[in-house]
Design a binder for this molecule. Structure first.
Ligand SMILES: NC(=O)c1ccc[n+]([C@@H]2O[C@H](COP(=O)([O-])OP(=O)(O)OC[C@H]3O[C@@H](n4cnc5c(N)ncnc54)[C@H](O)[C@@H]3O)[C@@H](O)[C@H]2O)c1
Length: 285
């Protein structure tokens, strides 16, 4: 794909906002669509501040940052995605809403348009089945925060065509990122088959009274050399997203190992979703 292309981003939450920033700073015209006005407002602030930070670090000038920002068009009206050549879906990690969204995009977009999904764990084959163009549906799994992380996982579905995988690769490369294709249709793809067990083990160790959460994070960081501890990472990702991803892998594999821990379920039920709500495993002021 070329930066002259107009692309759509459906869902402008934590990930969608980061993907919009990446796309505009890579030269794309972007239609950013979210059902929530508040989410769009937060995303606008995120993209504006993100571009300013990149400009301050010398990635581009302040004038270029302003021009990048102006390439984004913000809307709550899904129909404004109608002439996008590709749409990246980044709504909530639940099968029903994602299938509904993909079916609606399929009905709206030109037949040659590509539909990419930022799902972290749901089968691309399954999601693509909600459309009449399964060969033009592919995963583009960005990591958080999208403007910073270097690689993007590209899970393909059983019916995704080689041309679509190539287009996903070229889109990711045009964002300055490294595409890594996952061909087997495995629940959780590759990245979350590492991340989820880390979070599960951390919760189970805490529930078993092995050590306080700060010490578990400390050992993982200072002992194992990971850049971030499991509880800090969970709070950063969003505990609702972490719970949804864990539940999807649990359901898809049927493996009791992936049963979401009560601690994680309780935090989400009480609205403690991590950094985005000011409280998760830790408190944020
Ligand atoms: N948070 C992470 O670290 C992370 C990392 C990689 C991938 N993902 C994946 O990215 C996707 C989005 O995650 P997120 O963390 O950005 O979630 P989020 O809850 O921050 O954002 C989701 C956004 O989608 C909007 N939305 C929901 N349904 C919609 C619809 N039908 N139409 C338009 N907008 C709709 C919501 O208003 C919200 O703003 C999920 O599939 C998630 O698994 C998340």
């Amino acid at each position: 794909m070329e930066p002259a292309t107009k692309i759509g981003v459906l869902g402008a939450g934590t990930m969608g906002a980061g993907i919009v920033q990446l796309a505009v700073q890579s030269g794309y015209e972007v239609v950013a669509c979210d059902a929530s006005v508040e989410a769009l407002e937060r995303a606008q602030v995120y993209v504006h501040e993100g571009l300013s930070r990149f400009a301050a670090r010398g990635a581009f000038s302040e004038d270029e940052a302003a021009a990048h920002y102006d390439r984004a068009h913000w809307t709550t009206n899904t129909e404004e995605l109608h002439d996008a050549e590709a749409v990246i879906e980044a709504i909530v990690e639940k099968v029903g809403p994602k299938k509904e969204a993909l079916a609606a995009l399929d009905a709206l977009l030109p037949p040659e348009a590509l539909i990419f999904t930022n799902t972290s764990s749901i089968s691309i084959t399954d999601l693509a089945g909600a459309t009449n163009r399964p060969e033009r549906v592919c995963g583009t799994h960005f990591f958080t925060p999208p403007p910073v992380r270097e690689a993007v996982e590209i899970p393909r579905g059983k019916l995704t065509s080689d041309e679509t995988v190539e287009a996903a690769r070229s889109l990711v490369r045009s964002f300055g990122k490294l595409p890594v294709v996952v061909s087997g249709d495995v629940p959780g793809f590759v990245a979350n088959r590492f991340l989820v067990p880390m979070l599960l083990e951390a919760c189970r160790l805490l529930e078993a009274g092995a050590a306080p959460k700060k010490d578990i994070d400390l050992l993982v960081k200072k002992g194992l050399g990971f850049p971030i501890g499991p509880f800090e990472l969970g709070d950063f990702i969003g505990l609702d997203v972490a719970l949804d991803v864990t539940s999807q892998i649990h359901e898809a594999t049927g493996n009791p190992y992936y049963a979401p821990p009560k601690l994680l379920q309780d935090l989400v039920r009480s609205g403690k979703l991590g950094q985005k709500t000011g409280q998760g495993f830790y408190e944020y002021s």
